[in-house]
Write a protein that binds this ligand. Sequence first.
Ligand code: HEC
Ligand code: HEC
Length: 450
Amino acid sequence: MRRCRLLWSIVGIFVVAGCGTDADPPDSIDAQLQALIRGHGIRALSAIPRPPLEQVILGQALFFDKELSGKRDISCATCHHPRFALGDGLSVSIGTGGHGLGPDRDLGDVGSFIPRNAPELFNRGDPLWITMFWDGRVSGSPEHGFRTPAGQRLPEGVPSVLAAQAMFPVTSRDEMRGHPGDRDVFGRPNELAEVADGDFVQIWTLLMRRLRAIPEYEELFAAAFPQVPASHWGFQHAATAIAAFEMELGNLVNSPWDRYLRGDFMALSPAAKRGALLFLGEGGCVRCHSGPLLTDQQFHVLAVPQIGPGKGAEAPADFGRGRETLRPEDRFAFRTPPLRNVVVTGPWMHDGAYTSLELAVRHHLDVLRAWQHYDISQVDSRLRATWRNDAREQGEMLANLDPLLRTPAPLSDGEIDDLLTFLEELTDPAVFSLARFVPVRVPSGLPVED
Ligand code: HEC
Ligand code: HEC
Protein backbone atom coordinates (compact mmCIF):
# COMPACT_ATOMS: atom_id res chain seq x y z
CA MET A 1 0.00 0.00 0.00
CA ARG A 2 2.79 2.38 0.87
CA ARG A 3 4.37 1.91 -2.59
CA CYS A 4 1.09 2.87 -4.22
CA ARG A 5 0.74 6.05 -2.20
CA LEU A 6 4.23 6.99 -3.24
CA LEU A 7 3.38 6.45 -6.88
CA TRP A 8 0.20 8.47 -6.42
CA SER A 9 2.18 11.46 -5.47
CA ILE A 10 4.51 11.01 -8.42
CA VAL A 11 2.36 10.02 -11.38
CA GLY A 12 -1.22 10.42 -10.22
CA ILE A 13 -4.45 8.53 -10.32
CA PHE A 14 -3.89 6.15 -13.25
CA VAL A 15 -1.19 4.24 -11.44
CA VAL A 16 -3.16 4.14 -8.22
CA ALA A 17 -6.13 2.67 -10.06
CA GLY A 18 -3.85 -0.18 -11.10
CA CYS A 19 -2.52 -0.72 -7.58
CA GLY A 20 -5.77 -1.46 -5.76
CA THR A 21 -5.83 -1.99 -2.00
CA ASP A 22 -4.54 -4.71 0.29
CA ALA A 23 -7.93 -6.48 0.18
CA ASP A 24 -8.02 -6.14 -3.57
CA PRO A 25 -4.53 -6.63 -5.01
CA PRO A 26 -4.02 -5.40 -8.56
CA ASP A 27 -4.07 -8.71 -10.37
CA SER A 28 -6.67 -10.39 -8.17
CA ILE A 29 -9.55 -12.19 -9.78
CA ASP A 30 -11.86 -9.77 -7.95
CA ALA A 31 -10.22 -6.77 -9.55
CA GLN A 32 -10.58 -8.35 -12.98
CA LEU A 33 -14.18 -9.28 -12.30
CA GLN A 34 -15.06 -5.85 -10.98
CA ALA A 35 -13.67 -4.26 -14.13
CA LEU A 36 -15.75 -6.57 -16.34
CA ILE A 37 -18.87 -6.03 -14.21
CA ARG A 38 -18.51 -2.27 -14.52
CA GLY A 39 -17.70 -2.49 -18.23
CA HIS A 40 -20.84 -4.51 -18.91
CA GLY A 41 -23.13 -2.34 -16.77
CA ILE A 42 -24.08 -5.23 -14.50
CA ARG A 43 -25.49 -4.63 -11.03
CA ALA A 44 -27.30 -6.62 -8.37
CA LEU A 45 -31.03 -7.00 -8.69
CA SER A 46 -32.70 -4.59 -6.33
CA ALA A 47 -35.79 -5.33 -4.33
CA ILE A 48 -38.76 -3.90 -6.19
CA PRO A 49 -41.42 -1.68 -4.59
CA ARG A 50 -43.96 -3.89 -2.78
CA PRO A 51 -47.35 -3.92 -4.51
CA PRO A 52 -50.41 -3.28 -2.27
CA LEU A 53 -50.98 -6.28 0.01
CA GLU A 54 -54.68 -6.51 -0.93
CA GLN A 55 -53.73 -6.93 -4.59
CA VAL A 56 -51.21 -9.62 -3.67
CA ILE A 57 -53.89 -11.50 -1.73
CA LEU A 58 -56.38 -11.34 -4.60
CA GLY A 59 -53.62 -12.27 -7.06
CA GLN A 60 -52.60 -15.29 -5.01
CA ALA A 61 -56.20 -16.57 -5.02
CA LEU A 62 -56.50 -16.08 -8.78
CA PHE A 63 -53.11 -17.64 -9.53
CA PHE A 64 -54.12 -20.87 -7.78
CA ASP A 65 -57.82 -20.91 -8.69
CA LYS A 66 -58.91 -23.32 -11.42
CA GLU A 67 -62.06 -21.19 -11.81
CA LEU A 68 -60.00 -19.24 -14.37
CA SER A 69 -59.92 -22.19 -16.77
CA GLY A 70 -62.75 -23.24 -19.04
CA LYS A 71 -63.10 -26.69 -17.54
CA ARG A 72 -62.15 -25.59 -14.02
CA ASP A 73 -59.32 -28.10 -14.10
CA ILE A 74 -56.13 -26.03 -14.37
CA SER A 75 -54.68 -22.89 -12.79
CA CYS A 76 -51.63 -20.74 -13.47
CA ALA A 77 -49.94 -22.64 -10.64
CA THR A 78 -50.36 -25.98 -12.40
CA CYS A 79 -47.62 -24.92 -14.80
CA HIS A 80 -45.80 -22.37 -12.60
CA HIS A 81 -45.76 -24.12 -9.25
CA PRO A 82 -43.72 -23.01 -6.21
CA ARG A 83 -42.65 -26.64 -5.73
CA PHE A 84 -41.12 -26.73 -9.22
CA ALA A 85 -39.24 -23.42 -9.21
CA LEU A 86 -42.29 -21.65 -10.69
CA GLY A 87 -42.27 -24.01 -13.67
CA ASP A 88 -43.56 -27.57 -14.02
CA GLY A 89 -40.44 -29.67 -14.44
CA LEU A 90 -41.66 -30.83 -17.87
CA SER A 91 -39.87 -30.24 -21.18
CA VAL A 92 -43.07 -28.74 -22.57
CA SER A 93 -46.21 -28.16 -20.49
CA ILE A 94 -49.43 -30.16 -20.47
CA GLY A 95 -52.55 -28.01 -20.70
CA THR A 96 -56.22 -28.38 -19.78
CA GLY A 97 -57.46 -31.97 -19.65
CA GLY A 98 -54.24 -33.24 -18.06
CA HIS A 99 -54.00 -34.53 -14.49
CA GLY A 100 -51.48 -34.10 -11.73
CA LEU A 101 -48.57 -31.81 -11.17
CA GLY A 102 -44.93 -31.51 -12.14
CA PRO A 103 -42.97 -34.06 -14.14
CA ASP A 104 -45.59 -36.73 -13.31
CA ARG A 105 -48.45 -34.76 -14.84
CA ASP A 106 -50.31 -37.03 -17.27
CA LEU A 107 -52.22 -36.24 -20.42
CA GLY A 108 -55.53 -37.80 -19.37
CA ASP A 109 -57.90 -38.59 -22.25
CA VAL A 110 -57.93 -35.18 -23.89
CA GLY A 111 -54.98 -33.20 -22.52
CA SER A 112 -52.16 -32.26 -24.87
CA PHE A 113 -48.62 -31.02 -24.76
CA ILE A 114 -48.43 -27.32 -25.50
CA PRO A 115 -45.66 -25.92 -27.69
CA ARG A 116 -43.10 -24.66 -25.19
CA ASN A 117 -41.34 -24.99 -21.86
CA ALA A 118 -42.98 -23.11 -18.98
CA PRO A 119 -40.50 -20.44 -17.93
CA GLU A 120 -39.78 -19.74 -14.26
CA LEU A 121 -41.22 -16.39 -13.12
CA PHE A 122 -38.36 -14.93 -11.08
CA ASN A 123 -37.97 -11.18 -10.82
CA ARG A 124 -40.48 -10.47 -13.60
CA GLY A 125 -41.67 -7.46 -11.59
CA ASP A 126 -38.35 -5.71 -12.20
CA PRO A 127 -39.11 -2.62 -14.31
CA LEU A 128 -36.28 -3.65 -16.65
CA TRP A 129 -38.55 -6.31 -18.15
CA ILE A 130 -40.09 -5.28 -21.48
CA THR A 131 -40.74 -8.63 -23.19
CA MET A 132 -42.77 -11.67 -22.24
CA PHE A 133 -42.82 -15.16 -23.77
CA TRP A 134 -40.10 -17.03 -25.64
CA ASP A 135 -41.11 -15.21 -28.82
CA GLY A 136 -41.74 -11.80 -27.19
CA ARG A 137 -45.36 -11.67 -28.41
CA VAL A 138 -46.25 -9.49 -25.42
CA SER A 139 -43.95 -6.51 -24.99
CA GLY A 140 -43.81 -2.85 -24.04
CA SER A 141 -44.22 -0.67 -20.98
CA PRO A 142 -46.91 1.53 -19.45
CA GLU A 143 -45.07 4.61 -20.77
CA HIS A 144 -44.73 3.42 -24.36
CA GLY A 145 -47.76 1.17 -24.60
CA PHE A 146 -47.99 -2.59 -25.05
CA ARG A 147 -47.81 -4.82 -28.09
CA THR A 148 -49.96 -7.90 -27.53
CA PRO A 149 -51.98 -10.42 -29.55
CA ALA A 150 -55.12 -8.42 -28.62
CA GLY A 151 -53.92 -5.22 -30.35
CA GLN A 152 -56.33 -2.34 -29.74
CA ARG A 153 -58.61 -4.57 -27.67
CA LEU A 154 -56.26 -4.64 -24.68
CA PRO A 155 -58.11 -2.61 -22.03
CA GLU A 156 -56.72 0.62 -20.62
CA GLY A 157 -55.02 0.66 -17.25
CA VAL A 158 -52.67 -2.32 -17.54
CA PRO A 159 -49.80 -1.30 -15.24
CA SER A 160 -46.91 -3.51 -16.44
CA VAL A 161 -45.80 -5.94 -19.11
CA LEU A 162 -46.24 -8.68 -16.50
CA ALA A 163 -49.90 -7.74 -16.04
CA ALA A 164 -50.31 -7.53 -19.83
CA GLN A 165 -49.00 -11.10 -20.05
CA ALA A 166 -51.51 -12.33 -17.45
CA MET A 167 -54.39 -11.41 -19.80
CA PHE A 168 -53.46 -14.22 -22.21
CA PRO A 169 -53.04 -17.70 -20.69
CA VAL A 170 -56.81 -17.72 -20.05
CA THR A 171 -57.47 -17.13 -23.76
CA SER A 172 -55.37 -20.05 -25.00
CA ARG A 173 -57.52 -23.09 -25.77
CA ASP A 174 -54.88 -25.72 -25.08
CA GLU A 175 -53.52 -24.06 -21.95
CA MET A 176 -56.64 -23.03 -20.03
CA ARG A 177 -59.75 -22.29 -22.12
CA GLY A 178 -60.66 -25.61 -23.70
CA HIS A 179 -62.55 -26.55 -26.85
CA PRO A 180 -66.17 -26.13 -28.01
CA GLY A 181 -68.46 -28.74 -26.51
CA ASP A 182 -66.22 -29.22 -23.46
CA ARG A 183 -67.79 -29.72 -20.06
CA ASP A 184 -66.19 -28.64 -16.80
CA VAL A 185 -65.24 -30.93 -13.91
CA PHE A 186 -68.85 -30.81 -12.65
CA GLY A 187 -70.32 -31.71 -16.06
CA ARG A 188 -71.54 -28.16 -16.75
CA PRO A 189 -70.99 -26.52 -20.15
CA ASN A 190 -67.70 -24.64 -20.65
CA GLU A 191 -68.99 -21.28 -21.82
CA LEU A 192 -65.47 -19.84 -22.27
CA ALA A 193 -64.70 -22.40 -24.97
CA GLU A 194 -67.69 -21.36 -27.09
CA VAL A 195 -66.24 -17.88 -27.73
CA ALA A 196 -64.57 -17.47 -31.14
CA ASP A 197 -60.76 -17.36 -31.18
CA GLY A 198 -59.61 -13.78 -31.14
CA ASP A 199 -62.68 -12.43 -29.33
CA PHE A 200 -60.54 -11.62 -26.33
CA VAL A 201 -62.95 -9.08 -24.90
CA GLN A 202 -65.77 -11.62 -24.67
CA ILE A 203 -63.50 -14.18 -22.96
CA TRP A 204 -62.43 -11.61 -20.36
CA THR A 205 -66.05 -10.52 -19.84
CA LEU A 206 -67.23 -14.09 -19.23
CA LEU A 207 -64.35 -14.71 -16.84
CA MET A 208 -65.28 -11.67 -14.78
CA ARG A 209 -68.86 -12.95 -14.73
CA ARG A 210 -67.58 -16.23 -13.28
CA LEU A 211 -65.46 -14.52 -10.65
CA ARG A 212 -68.14 -12.04 -9.63
CA ALA A 213 -70.60 -14.86 -9.03
CA ILE A 214 -68.41 -15.79 -6.05
CA PRO A 215 -69.08 -13.35 -3.16
CA GLU A 216 -65.59 -13.75 -1.72
CA TYR A 217 -64.08 -12.45 -4.98
CA GLU A 218 -66.37 -9.40 -4.83
CA GLU A 219 -64.86 -8.62 -1.44
CA LEU A 220 -61.29 -9.28 -2.58
CA PHE A 221 -61.66 -7.06 -5.67
CA ALA A 222 -63.21 -4.28 -3.58
CA ALA A 223 -60.31 -4.42 -1.13
CA ALA A 224 -57.66 -4.58 -3.88
CA PHE A 225 -59.08 -1.75 -6.01
CA PRO A 226 -60.84 0.64 -3.63
CA GLN A 227 -60.54 3.51 -6.15
CA VAL A 228 -62.33 1.62 -8.94
CA PRO A 229 -66.15 1.43 -8.90
CA ALA A 230 -67.39 -2.17 -9.05
CA SER A 231 -69.12 -1.46 -12.37
CA HIS A 232 -65.67 -0.83 -13.91
CA TRP A 233 -63.94 -4.00 -12.76
CA GLY A 234 -62.51 -5.87 -15.69
CA PHE A 235 -60.09 -8.73 -16.25
CA GLN A 236 -57.28 -6.14 -16.38
CA HIS A 237 -57.83 -5.77 -12.63
CA ALA A 238 -57.55 -9.53 -12.18
CA ALA A 239 -54.35 -9.44 -14.27
CA THR A 240 -52.99 -6.53 -12.23
CA ALA A 241 -53.54 -8.52 -9.04
CA ILE A 242 -51.98 -11.68 -10.53
CA ALA A 243 -48.93 -9.62 -11.51
CA ALA A 244 -48.77 -8.18 -7.97
CA PHE A 245 -48.68 -11.71 -6.58
CA GLU A 246 -46.07 -12.82 -9.15
CA MET A 247 -43.90 -9.86 -8.12
CA GLU A 248 -44.02 -11.01 -4.54
CA LEU A 249 -43.58 -14.69 -5.37
CA GLY A 250 -40.63 -14.21 -7.71
CA ASN A 251 -38.82 -11.44 -5.86
CA LEU A 252 -35.55 -13.28 -5.25
CA VAL A 253 -32.59 -10.94 -5.10
CA ASN A 254 -30.16 -12.67 -2.74
CA SER A 255 -28.18 -15.12 -4.83
CA PRO A 256 -24.46 -15.26 -3.99
CA TRP A 257 -23.90 -13.43 -7.31
CA ASP A 258 -26.19 -10.58 -6.20
CA ARG A 259 -24.43 -10.45 -2.84
CA TYR A 260 -21.09 -10.33 -4.62
CA LEU A 261 -22.35 -7.50 -6.83
CA ARG A 262 -23.32 -5.61 -3.68
CA GLY A 263 -19.72 -5.80 -2.50
CA ASP A 264 -19.51 -9.02 -0.49
CA PHE A 265 -16.39 -10.42 -2.13
CA MET A 266 -16.58 -13.59 -0.01
CA ALA A 267 -20.00 -14.52 -1.40
CA LEU A 268 -18.57 -16.43 -4.38
CA SER A 269 -16.22 -19.41 -4.27
CA PRO A 270 -12.96 -19.17 -6.24
CA ALA A 271 -14.35 -21.59 -8.86
CA ALA A 272 -17.49 -19.46 -9.25
CA LYS A 273 -15.31 -16.37 -9.69
CA ARG A 274 -13.33 -18.13 -12.42
CA GLY A 275 -16.66 -19.11 -13.98
CA ALA A 276 -17.90 -15.52 -13.77
CA LEU A 277 -14.72 -14.34 -15.50
CA LEU A 278 -15.40 -16.77 -18.34
CA PHE A 279 -19.08 -15.78 -18.47
CA LEU A 280 -18.21 -12.10 -18.77
CA GLY A 281 -15.05 -12.62 -20.82
CA GLU A 282 -13.68 -15.51 -22.90
CA GLY A 283 -16.92 -17.52 -22.88
CA GLY A 284 -18.87 -14.64 -24.44
CA CYS A 285 -22.05 -15.52 -22.53
CA VAL A 286 -22.64 -11.88 -21.56
CA ARG A 287 -23.09 -10.91 -25.20
CA CYS A 288 -26.66 -12.17 -24.87
CA HIS A 289 -27.10 -12.93 -21.16
CA SER A 290 -26.40 -9.28 -20.42
CA GLY A 291 -27.29 -6.56 -17.91
CA PRO A 292 -28.65 -7.03 -14.40
CA LEU A 293 -31.25 -9.59 -15.56
CA LEU A 294 -28.66 -11.61 -17.51
CA THR A 295 -30.76 -11.30 -20.65
CA ASP A 296 -30.69 -8.80 -23.50
CA GLN A 297 -34.40 -9.67 -24.04
CA GLN A 298 -33.48 -10.16 -27.71
CA PHE A 299 -34.02 -13.18 -29.93
CA HIS A 300 -31.29 -15.51 -31.15
CA VAL A 301 -31.08 -18.68 -33.19
CA LEU A 302 -29.22 -21.28 -31.17
CA ALA A 303 -30.38 -24.24 -33.26
CA VAL A 304 -31.72 -26.08 -30.23
CA PRO A 305 -33.12 -29.52 -31.20
CA GLN A 306 -36.87 -29.13 -31.78
CA ILE A 307 -39.27 -31.29 -29.80
CA GLY A 308 -42.93 -30.91 -28.89
CA PRO A 309 -46.05 -30.32 -30.96
CA GLY A 310 -44.81 -27.14 -32.69
CA LYS A 311 -46.74 -23.90 -32.90
CA GLY A 312 -49.42 -22.42 -35.15
CA ALA A 313 -49.66 -22.99 -38.89
CA GLU A 314 -46.02 -24.14 -39.04
CA ALA A 315 -46.56 -27.00 -36.57
CA PRO A 316 -44.95 -29.39 -35.99
CA ALA A 317 -42.18 -26.80 -36.43
CA ASP A 318 -41.91 -23.84 -34.03
CA PHE A 319 -40.62 -20.72 -35.79
CA GLY A 320 -40.30 -18.82 -32.49
CA ARG A 321 -39.68 -15.11 -33.08
CA GLY A 322 -40.16 -15.70 -36.81
CA ARG A 323 -43.89 -16.22 -36.15
CA GLU A 324 -44.09 -12.67 -34.83
CA THR A 325 -41.89 -10.77 -37.29
CA LEU A 326 -42.49 -13.04 -40.33
CA ARG A 327 -38.83 -12.51 -41.20
CA PRO A 328 -37.07 -15.68 -42.40
CA GLU A 329 -33.93 -14.78 -40.45
CA ASP A 330 -35.94 -14.79 -37.20
CA ARG A 331 -37.16 -18.33 -37.72
CA PHE A 332 -36.19 -20.55 -34.78
CA ALA A 333 -35.00 -17.53 -32.75
CA PHE A 334 -36.04 -17.45 -29.08
CA ARG A 335 -35.62 -14.89 -26.32
CA THR A 336 -32.48 -15.15 -24.22
CA PRO A 337 -33.58 -16.57 -20.85
CA PRO A 338 -32.54 -14.84 -17.62
CA LEU A 339 -30.40 -17.21 -15.58
CA ARG A 340 -31.25 -16.57 -11.91
CA ASN A 341 -31.89 -19.93 -10.15
CA VAL A 342 -31.22 -21.72 -13.44
CA VAL A 343 -29.87 -24.89 -11.78
CA VAL A 344 -33.35 -25.67 -10.46
CA THR A 345 -35.44 -24.70 -13.50
CA GLY A 346 -34.82 -27.65 -15.83
CA PRO A 347 -35.51 -29.04 -18.36
CA TRP A 348 -33.78 -26.24 -20.23
CA MET A 349 -34.28 -24.28 -23.46
CA HIS A 350 -37.56 -23.13 -25.07
CA ASP A 351 -38.69 -26.71 -25.53
CA GLY A 352 -36.86 -28.40 -22.68
CA ALA A 353 -34.73 -30.34 -25.15
CA TYR A 354 -31.98 -30.70 -22.51
CA THR A 355 -32.54 -32.28 -19.13
CA SER A 356 -28.96 -31.60 -18.00
CA LEU A 357 -27.72 -28.07 -17.42
CA GLU A 358 -24.25 -29.10 -18.54
CA LEU A 359 -25.61 -30.24 -21.90
CA ALA A 360 -27.57 -27.00 -22.29
CA VAL A 361 -24.36 -25.04 -21.73
CA ARG A 362 -22.29 -27.33 -23.94
CA HIS A 363 -24.84 -26.85 -26.73
CA HIS A 364 -23.80 -23.17 -26.95
CA LEU A 365 -20.12 -24.10 -27.03
CA ASP A 366 -20.27 -26.49 -29.98
CA VAL A 367 -23.63 -26.48 -31.72
CA LEU A 368 -22.67 -28.86 -34.50
CA ARG A 369 -21.34 -31.43 -32.09
CA ALA A 370 -24.43 -31.02 -29.89
CA TRP A 371 -26.61 -31.83 -32.91
CA GLN A 372 -24.54 -34.86 -33.83
CA HIS A 373 -24.62 -36.23 -30.30
CA TYR A 374 -28.12 -35.16 -29.27
CA ASP A 375 -29.66 -37.94 -27.22
CA ILE A 376 -33.46 -37.87 -27.38
CA SER A 377 -33.72 -40.50 -24.64
CA GLN A 378 -33.09 -37.74 -22.07
CA VAL A 379 -36.61 -36.30 -22.58
CA ASP A 380 -39.97 -37.60 -21.39
CA SER A 381 -40.76 -40.81 -23.31
CA ARG A 382 -44.08 -39.30 -24.41
CA LEU A 383 -42.21 -36.65 -26.41
CA ARG A 384 -39.50 -38.70 -28.07
CA ALA A 385 -41.43 -39.26 -31.29
CA THR A 386 -41.82 -35.48 -31.73
CA TRP A 387 -38.08 -34.85 -32.19
CA ARG A 388 -37.63 -33.18 -35.56
CA ASN A 389 -34.37 -34.65 -36.74
CA ASP A 390 -34.87 -33.08 -40.14
CA ALA A 391 -31.82 -32.27 -42.28
CA ARG A 392 -33.42 -29.39 -44.19
CA GLU A 393 -34.69 -27.66 -41.03
CA GLN A 394 -31.38 -28.29 -39.33
CA GLY A 395 -29.59 -26.69 -42.29
CA GLU A 396 -31.82 -23.61 -42.09
CA MET A 397 -31.17 -23.25 -38.36
CA LEU A 398 -27.44 -23.68 -38.68
CA ALA A 399 -27.33 -21.14 -41.52
CA ASN A 400 -29.09 -18.60 -39.28
CA LEU A 401 -27.06 -19.41 -36.18
CA ASP A 402 -26.46 -16.26 -34.18
CA PRO A 403 -23.06 -14.72 -34.95
CA LEU A 404 -22.74 -13.69 -31.28
CA LEU A 405 -22.43 -17.35 -30.41
CA ARG A 406 -18.83 -18.47 -30.18
CA THR A 407 -19.03 -21.99 -31.55
CA PRO A 408 -16.97 -24.06 -31.32
CA ALA A 409 -15.57 -22.24 -28.28
CA PRO A 410 -12.12 -23.27 -27.05
CA LEU A 411 -13.10 -23.97 -23.43
CA SER A 412 -11.58 -26.86 -21.50
CA ASP A 413 -13.65 -29.27 -19.41
CA GLY A 414 -12.30 -27.54 -16.28
CA GLU A 415 -13.47 -24.19 -17.57
CA ILE A 416 -16.92 -25.57 -18.30
CA ASP A 417 -17.04 -26.87 -14.71
CA ASP A 418 -16.22 -23.35 -13.51
CA LEU A 419 -18.98 -21.89 -15.68
CA LEU A 420 -21.44 -24.38 -14.17
CA THR A 421 -20.28 -23.46 -10.66
CA PHE A 422 -20.95 -19.84 -11.51
CA LEU A 423 -24.46 -20.74 -12.70
CA GLU A 424 -25.05 -22.55 -9.39
CA GLU A 425 -24.20 -19.38 -7.52
CA LEU A 426 -27.07 -17.60 -9.25
CA THR A 427 -29.37 -19.49 -6.87
CA ASP A 428 -31.15 -17.59 -4.12
CA PRO A 429 -31.65 -20.02 -1.19
CA ALA A 430 -35.21 -18.68 -0.89
CA VAL A 431 -36.04 -20.65 -4.03
CA PHE A 432 -36.29 -23.75 -1.81
CA SER A 433 -38.93 -22.27 0.47
CA LEU A 434 -41.49 -21.01 -2.02
CA ALA A 435 -44.11 -23.54 -0.87
CA ARG A 436 -45.24 -20.99 1.72
CA PHE A 437 -46.94 -19.13 -1.15
CA VAL A 438 -49.39 -22.00 -1.75
CA PRO A 439 -52.76 -21.01 -0.21
CA VAL A 440 -54.76 -23.53 1.81
CA ARG A 441 -57.93 -22.78 -0.15
CA VAL A 442 -59.23 -20.56 -2.95
CA PRO A 443 -62.58 -18.67 -3.13
CA SER A 444 -64.17 -21.04 -5.68
CA GLY A 445 -63.64 -23.97 -3.31
CA LEU A 446 -61.96 -25.91 -6.14
CA PRO A 447 -59.00 -28.06 -5.04
CA VAL A 448 -55.62 -26.33 -4.66
CA GLU A 449 -52.53 -28.10 -5.95
CA ASP A 450 -49.98 -28.24 -3.21
C1 HEC B 1 -50.53 -25.19 -19.42
C2 HEC B 1 -49.47 -24.58 -18.66
C3 HEC B 1 -49.55 -23.12 -18.35
C4 HEC B 1 -50.56 -22.45 -17.68
C5 HEC B 1 -51.85 -22.99 -17.16
C6 HEC B 1 -50.08 -21.10 -17.54
N1 HEC B 1 -48.85 -20.95 -18.10
FE1 HEC B 1 -47.69 -19.33 -18.07
N2 HEC B 1 -46.50 -20.13 -19.43
C7 HEC B 1 -46.55 -21.44 -19.86
C8 HEC B 1 -45.67 -21.61 -21.00
C9 HEC B 1 -45.44 -22.89 -21.76
C10 HEC B 1 -45.10 -20.35 -21.25
C11 HEC B 1 -44.16 -19.98 -22.40
C12 HEC B 1 -45.03 -19.82 -23.65
C13 HEC B 1 -44.35 -19.11 -24.78
O1 HEC B 1 -43.33 -18.46 -24.54
O2 HEC B 1 -44.85 -19.17 -25.89
C14 HEC B 1 -45.63 -19.45 -20.23
C15 HEC B 1 -45.24 -18.12 -20.08
C16 HEC B 1 -45.62 -17.34 -19.00
C17 HEC B 1 -45.04 -16.07 -18.66
C18 HEC B 1 -43.95 -15.35 -19.42
C19 HEC B 1 -42.63 -15.39 -18.72
C20 HEC B 1 -41.55 -14.79 -19.57
O3 HEC B 1 -40.60 -14.31 -19.05
O4 HEC B 1 -41.66 -14.79 -20.79
C21 HEC B 1 -45.69 -15.63 -17.54
C22 HEC B 1 -45.42 -14.34 -16.78
C23 HEC B 1 -46.70 -16.60 -17.23
N3 HEC B 1 -46.61 -17.64 -18.11
C24 HEC B 1 -47.66 -16.47 -16.23
C25 HEC B 1 -48.83 -17.24 -16.22
C26 HEC B 1 -50.05 -16.87 -15.54
C27 HEC B 1 -50.24 -15.60 -14.74
C28 HEC B 1 -50.95 -17.87 -15.77
C29 HEC B 1 -52.40 -17.95 -15.33
C30 HEC B 1 -53.25 -16.85 -15.73
C31 HEC B 1 -50.25 -18.88 -16.57
N4 HEC B 1 -49.00 -18.44 -16.84
C32 HEC B 1 -50.82 -20.08 -16.94
C33 HEC B 1 -47.34 -22.43 -19.31
C34 HEC B 1 -48.50 -22.16 -18.63
C1 HEC C 1 -26.11 -15.62 -29.01
C2 HEC C 1 -26.67 -15.31 -27.71
C3 HEC C 1 -26.27 -16.22 -26.56
C4 HEC C 1 -25.02 -16.45 -26.06
C5 HEC C 1 -23.70 -15.86 -26.54
C6 HEC C 1 -25.20 -17.36 -24.96
N1 HEC C 1 -26.53 -17.67 -24.79
FE1 HEC C 1 -27.32 -18.94 -23.45
N2 HEC C 1 -29.10 -18.80 -24.38
C7 HEC C 1 -29.41 -17.94 -25.40
C8 HEC C 1 -30.74 -18.22 -25.90
C9 HEC C 1 -31.45 -17.48 -27.02
C10 HEC C 1 -31.21 -19.32 -25.17
C11 HEC C 1 -32.55 -20.04 -25.39
C12 HEC C 1 -32.44 -20.79 -26.72
C13 HEC C 1 -33.62 -21.67 -27.04
O1 HEC C 1 -34.30 -22.14 -26.14
O2 HEC C 1 -33.85 -21.91 -28.25
C14 HEC C 1 -30.17 -19.63 -24.18
C15 HEC C 1 -30.28 -20.60 -23.19
C16 HEC C 1 -29.35 -20.77 -22.17
C17 HEC C 1 -29.52 -21.63 -21.03
C18 HEC C 1 -30.79 -22.39 -20.68
C19 HEC C 1 -31.64 -21.54 -19.76
C20 HEC C 1 -33.06 -21.95 -19.60
O3 HEC C 1 -33.72 -21.38 -18.71
O4 HEC C 1 -33.56 -22.82 -20.33
C21 HEC C 1 -28.38 -21.56 -20.28
C22 HEC C 1 -28.08 -22.28 -18.99
C23 HEC C 1 -27.48 -20.67 -20.97
N3 HEC C 1 -28.12 -20.20 -22.10
C24 HEC C 1 -26.19 -20.36 -20.55
C25 HEC C 1 -25.26 -19.73 -21.36
C26 HEC C 1 -23.85 -19.70 -21.10
C27 HEC C 1 -23.17 -20.32 -19.88
C28 HEC C 1 -23.27 -19.03 -22.13
C29 HEC C 1 -21.80 -18.80 -22.39
C30 HEC C 1 -21.01 -20.00 -22.58
C31 HEC C 1 -24.34 -18.61 -23.03
N4 HEC C 1 -25.53 -19.06 -22.53
C32 HEC C 1 -24.16 -17.87 -24.19
C33 HEC C 1 -28.59 -16.97 -25.93
C34 HEC C 1 -27.21 -16.97 -25.76
